[in-house]
Design a protein around this ligand. Structure first.
Ligand code: TYM
Length: 322
């Protein structure tokens, strides 16, 4: 059976880039094979240094995933840190990982350029990610485009390990859906927690409206024709509306006579409507404090049983276990 795996960092509240790039594809795959989805809390330590915030975020990611339709009877949903074996594999993999491979990672360079401190954890981030993927013998990893290079690094690390110790690790394939590979944020750049341009999935009505109204636009006046092809409003609207509704908005852009405020209001309604049923489901789930804990505990047990088998093979292969 095909095994799917993906992870999301609890480094903030989940946004619609996470939703379309990874959560929705992952949820759609839950019926098609064996799914392992996890909350990457070890990874989040590279950016979140407030324990209270991290604790809350971890629960929120689990809740968001469940509210959006993840079925815990089909998916093994777990916290990365509940299977500490992953850090052991990460160390072993780091001994076959060339420095150059990590030095080339855009994500690291990009974070430094935006003012992050060059901590070793940030640099070694892709090795831990490789350990996540390889520990669970994943076949397919559904992610957004920004993770493509990390998947290539994972494949390279696995190949290096196998070259040195025999055919031990399974080489995974990424799965990136072109149409949702990079969801734009409020300023038109990739939506990202670190860019401060996110639209969170479960905002309150007023806060959501305010965010949508703050989408950056040009200063073309109301009466004039506007270009739908370069508009962030239209690119976001596509994900929430039918093809007919999108065509109508594009036509109104070209015709002129409608201000950006009008289009933003349409976008707001579409987003609000789209997540309506998930919002009520989230409220129900939130009411039962023990539910999330019990899902994560069950997930951890299953994840551990797979992890133990892989680490055993790896330890024997490298010579630290008989
Ligand atoms: P993270 O937490 O930054 O993002 C989680 C997922 O959301 C996708 N994503 C997007 N997709 C489309 N458009 C966007 N604007 C957008 N923003 C985020 C990401 O591509 C990702 O799929 N390193 C990972 C977490 C991780 C992981 C793993 C993933 C740790 N170990 C093993 C897969 C397998 C990360 O930082 O994702």
């Amino acid at each position: 059976m095909v095994r799917y795996l993906t992870g999301i960092q609890p480094s903030g509240i989940l946004h619609i880039g996470n939703y379309f790039g990874a959560m929705r594809p992952a949820i759609e795959l839950q019926d098609k094979g064996e799914a392992f989805y996890f909350i990457a809390d070890f990874h989040a330590l590279t950016s979140v240094h407030e324990p209270q915030v991290l604790r809350k975020n971890i629960r929120d990611v689990a809740l968001d995933f469940l509210a959006c339709g993840l079925d815990p009877d089909r998916v093994c949903l777990f916290r990365q840190s509940d299977v500490p074996i992953v850090t052991q594999l990460s160390w072993i993999l780091s001994t076959v990982t060339p420095m150059g491979l990590l030095e080339r990672c855009h994500s690291y360079k990009d974070k430094l350029a935006r003012g992050a401190q060059p901590f070793h954890g940030l640099f070694a981030y892709p090795v831990l990610m490789a350990a996540d993927i390889l520990l669970y013998e994943s076949d397919i990893v559904p992610v957004g485009k920004d993770q493509k290079q990390h998947l290539e690094v994972t494949r390279d690390i696995a190949a290096k390990f196998n070259e040195a110790y025999g055919d031990i690790l399974k080489i995974p394939e990424p799965s990136i859906r072109e149409e949702v590979s990079t969801i734009p944020g409020l300023d038109g750049q990739k939506m990202s927690k670190s860019y401060g341009n996110t639209i969170e999935i479960f905002l309150e009505e007023k806060a959501l409206r305010k965010k949508i109204m703050s989408i950056v636009t040009d200063s073309v006046p109301v009466e004039a024709a506007k270009d739908p092809d370069t508009s962030t409003i239209v690119s976001l609207f596509r994900h929430f509306a039918s093809p007919d509704q999108v065509a109508e908005m594009q036509e109104q852009f070209r015709r002129g006579g409608f201000g950006y405020g009008h289009f933003k209001a349409r976008l707001f309604e579409a987003i609000w409507e789209y997540f309506a049923s998930y919002r009520s489901r989230r409220k129900e789930l939130q009411a039962d404090q023990n539910y999330v804990d019990s899902v994560l505990a069950k997930g951890a047990e299953r994840a551990l049983s797979v992890a133990r088998q892989t680490i055993h093979r790896v330890r024997v292969a490298v010579g630290i276990e008989e």
